[in-house]
Design a protein around this ligand. Structure first.
Ligand SMILES: Nc1ncnc2c1ncn2[C@@H]1O[C@H](COP(=O)(O)OP(=O)(O)OP(=O)(O)O)[C@@H](O)[C@H]1O
Ligand SMILES: O=c1[nH]c(=O)c2[nH+]cn([C@@H]3O[C@H](COP(=O)(O)O)[C@@H](O)[C@H]3O)c2[nH]1
Ligand SMILES: NC(=O)CC[C@H](N)C(=O)O
Ligand SMILES: [Mg+2]
Length: 516
């Protein structure tokens, strides 16, 4: 916990996927913030003397048995409280409102109309776009409340209590897909909590280098290097801290794209002076994945196998105690319950939830609390080349989570060819840097086609392209029709085994970016 003289805002975590994003938005607005368990008591909060309290979203329904709650005395501390989604529903319920399942659930982009004037929604236009992710709504609002906004399906989208400093929003102001979100957070901090905004983030690189030195001492580190931006930045930070006591290990797990291994080695040699071990482990990974179709099982097998390979390879280097990975906050929050709280597992990212219990290494993960766009900024500051910093993410489990169900050599080949075409066409259309992530997914279900007067009965390729900065929420990218046309035309003509191409037009939430 911080000392008392720093202005801070507490975020009570009810299991939100976005708790760190709320913290980040508050910190970006120059107010320190800290995430705490929803079980914190009003007495404990009194000692911390926060300027404001934010109740996060969460997966539960406030009216269900065992739903996480909070100390009701918090509402009487005289400290302004902002409830977001679940947090709004909980706050409203504690103050006498009724919350029920909504007839029409809202996920993704929604239009919201703002009524009247108030400090909380100051400077916003009358109609704003907000990002929703909820199935419950406040259905009855007592007279002590004022309604500040509504959407087509949600009569109380923003509310304010008349006698207490309680505000609630049903949407998520913390995500970038709510364009006025940061302004709403800023209004809460400055108009409602009267913060002075005197907090600044330390220079991350300097702090991180010091932290790595403190953690590693005179020890040796191996770093899992994938060719992606996260592990590249991790390796560069660690190299800056401990020099040649760092060795990098790149694993070809047989789940990579066309020519990926060659390209990763080339880029590394051109940009890093650290030592690189390339491990060809295709057979090990594909052997273990044989016959496995459950996504969570695939992820765990891959996570475990990565560690075994790292261990084997580390034995060839003397005395390695530490394993570095380019883990980011979204990997952490989607994989494991945070703060021992009520967060649910969405998917086990191979480098977090997919790790074995007995690791045999101490982890060094300097980027564990950051988001992708922050990591890219650090990469630029460290002087890494633009192409590397701007590269679309590629998950550690690779093509294994882009083939729905069981993996086989033949399916991998089909997907590699289709994926190559998608990327080529996107580059040709000048869209690569506009899209956050773009790839092909193989759906091994057969549909009927007609090719050259013959009946075909073959697989489907889905094209996924998303727009996002932090990968916590995402919208589908509107690829122009001509480009979609040439992608489809080329895949069906050039890739044997595919007779249909579909385009994924789902947002995250409720979908995720990867299909498994
Ligand atoms: N093929 C690989 N060989 C070695 N380590 C890997 C490999 N794939 C993933 N990792 C490790 O797992 C971590 C998480 O993977 P992830 O894909 O999230 O990050 P990244 O590959 O570094 O960046 P990006 O998200 O841009 O692809 C990596 O940072 C790296 O430490
Ligand atoms: O290294 C990784 N190991 C994993 O197990 C993993 N699963 C998802 N991802 C990447 O994370 C981002 C968010 O993806 P989802 O919306 O599918 O959760 C996207 O960028 C995904 O590509 C992974 N990266
Ligand atoms: N994102 C949230 O906080 C969701 C709250 C609640 N589970 C609902 O569906 O309405
Ligand atoms: Mg990657």
């Amino acid at each position: 916990m911080l000392e008392n003289n720093i202005e801070k805002v507490l975020i009570l975590d009810f299991g939100s996927q976005y708790a760190q994003l709320i913290a980040r938005r508050v910190r970006e607005n120059h107010v320190y913030s800290e995430i705490v368990s929803h079980l914190i008591t009003a007495e404990q909060i009194k000692k911390i003397k926060p300027k404001g309290i934010i109740l996060s979203g969460g997966p539960a329904s406030v009216y269900s048995k065992n739903a996480p709650g909070c100390d009701e005395e918090i509402m009487k501390l005289g400290v302004p409280v902002l409830g977001i989604c679940y947090g709004m529903q909980l706050g409203c319920m504690m103050l006498g409102s009724k919350v029920s399942p909504s007839a029409a659930r809202e996920y993704g982009r929604t239009l919201c109309a703002i009524s009247g004037e108030n400090r909380f929604l100051k400077t916003l236009p009358q109609e704003i776009t907000v990002w929703m992710s909820h199935g419950d709504i406040v259905t009855e609002l007592p007279a002590e409340f004022e309604s500040l906004a509504h959407t087509k399906n949600c009569p109380y989208t923003a509310v304010k209590h008349k006698n207490r400093d309680f505000y609630g929003v049903q949407f998520h102001p913390e995500v970038t897909h709510t364009p006025n979100g940061s302004q709403i957070i800023r209004n809460f901090l400055y108009e409602i909590c009267h913060c002075s905004g005197n907090w600044k983030m330390d220079s991350f690189i300097e702090k991180s280098v010091n932290d790595i030195n403190r953690q590693v001492g005179n020890g040796r580190v191996v770093c899992g290097l994938s060719g992606g931006v996260d592990s590249a930045v991790t390796a560069a930070l660690i190299h800056k801290a401990i020099g040649n006591r760092l060795s990098c290990i790149f694993v070809d797990n047989g789940l990579l794209r066309n020519f990926e291994a060659e390209e990763v080695v080339k880029t590394f040699k051109e940009n890093f002076s650290a030592d690189l071990h390339v491990v060809r482990a295709q057979d090990r990974f594909l052997g273990k994945l044989k016959g496995v179709s459950d996504p969570e099982k695939k992820r765990k097998i891959i996570g475990h196998e990565f560690i075994k390979v790292f261990k084997n390879e580390a034995q060839k280097i003397s005395d390695v105690q530490f394993l570095a990975q380019g883990t980011l906050y979204p990997d952490v929050i989607e994989s494991i319950p945070a703060h021992g709280g009520p967060t649910v597992t969405i998917k086990s990212h191979h480098n977090v939830g997919g790790l074995p219990e007995e690791l045999g290494f101490e982890l060094v993960e300097p980027l564990r609390f950051l988001f992708k766009d922050e990591v890219r900024k650090i990469g630029e500051e460290l002087g890494l080349p633009k192409e590397l910093v701007g590269r679309h993410p590629f998950p550690g489990p690779g093509l294994a989570i882009r083939i729905i169900g069981e993996i086989s050599g033949q399916r991998l080949e089909v997907l590699r060819k289709a994926d190559k075409i998608v990327i080529e066409e996107i580059c040709k259309a000048g869209l690569y840097n506009k899209i956050a992530q773009c790839f092909a997914v193989l759906l091994p279900l057969s549909t009927v086609g007609v090719m050259g007067d013959e009946r075909s009965y073959e697989n489907v390729i889905a094209v996924r392209a998303v727009e996002t900065t932090d990968f916590m929420t995402a919208d589908w990218y509107r690829i122009p029709n001509e480009t979609l046309g040439s992608i489809s035309h080329r895949i069906i003509n050039e890739v044997k085994g595919v007779n249909r191409v579909v385009y994924d037009i789902s947002t995250k939430p409720p979908s995720t970016i990867e299909w498994e």
